[in-house]
Design a protein around this ligand. Sequence first.
Ligand code: NAP
Length: 269
Amino acid sequence: MRISAKTKMCIIIGYPVDHSLSPKMHNAAYEALEIDDQFVFTGANVKAGQVKKVIEAVRVMGIRGLTCTKPHKEEVMQYLDYIDGVAQKIGAVNTVVNDNGKLKGYNTDWLGTIDPIKKITFLKNKKVALIGAGGAAKAMVYGFIKEKANLKIFNRTVNKAKKLAKQFKCDYGSLEQIEEVKDFDIIVNSTSIGLDSKGSPVNKKYLNKDQIIFDAVYGGSGTQLIKDAQKIGARTITGIDMLLYQGLAQFEYYTGKRAPLKVMKKAIS
Ligand SMILES: NC(=O)c1ccc[n+]([C@@H]2O[C@H](COP(=O)([O-])OP(=O)(O)OC[C@H]3O[C@@H](n4cnc5c(N)ncnc54)[C@H](OP(=O)(O)O)[C@@H]3O)[C@@H](O)[C@H]2O)c1
């Protein structure tokens, strides 16, 4: 143990946050780069409406990094000294850096979606079906539009898909039209369907081996959607990959060092 009074803290706040793999992923990287005397990453269960108090603590205690997950990504924005342009466009901050007392907000969630896809293929003009229009979807939509993908959002509550589609100028539809995904290059699940390995947002008959199937949901032995895709030989990207790639960018904001991908991947796989 190399932690001392000089060690800077990074904390993930959310509710609930006990399941979060972020501390494991970041601490493994600190160790690998031998900066575990400089940084430690932990977590705290913080309920909605309590973020103001957390921000006061960040300032008073000199906490270096504040990772925000559900339900704090929007609430935190009003307490920051600076919000970068991308986070403003997305309307959510997941990464707060304490830069000598100035709190700066960023969003790395969109990179969690775009970077693992770009490892496999380019996105320009690709037909992307995004299922879901909740908090996770917002950052994804920003990323797909930035990469000039041909995006359609499908959501149970059509009005939410419509609102998001209007903001980012793309197409939208309801889950009744889900059969359409059979003609898309990339299918992305950003709904919570699949948690605890229960159910899939897409019937397997609409999947084919030439598609890339991305599921934001992770946990247990993998989601039904990912299992169905793997069975037919389609390329898959999981919620763990998403967590990893948003974490790489976040690590660099907090430490100023290049993130060790392999170490961080191993820590959460
Ligand atoms: N891997 C990662 O790093 C990562 C990061 C963020 C989120 N996630 C995962 O992504 C999922 C969504 O998170 P979120 O923050 O976007 O949640 P959210 O804001 O609550 O949105 C939930 C979305 O799921 C849809 N939905 C929920 N239950 C449904 C059902 N039974 N049938 C059809 N649609 C349903 C909702 O549709 P309505 O609009 O109709 O309610 C909405 O589009 C969660 O499983 C979360 O764990 C993963």
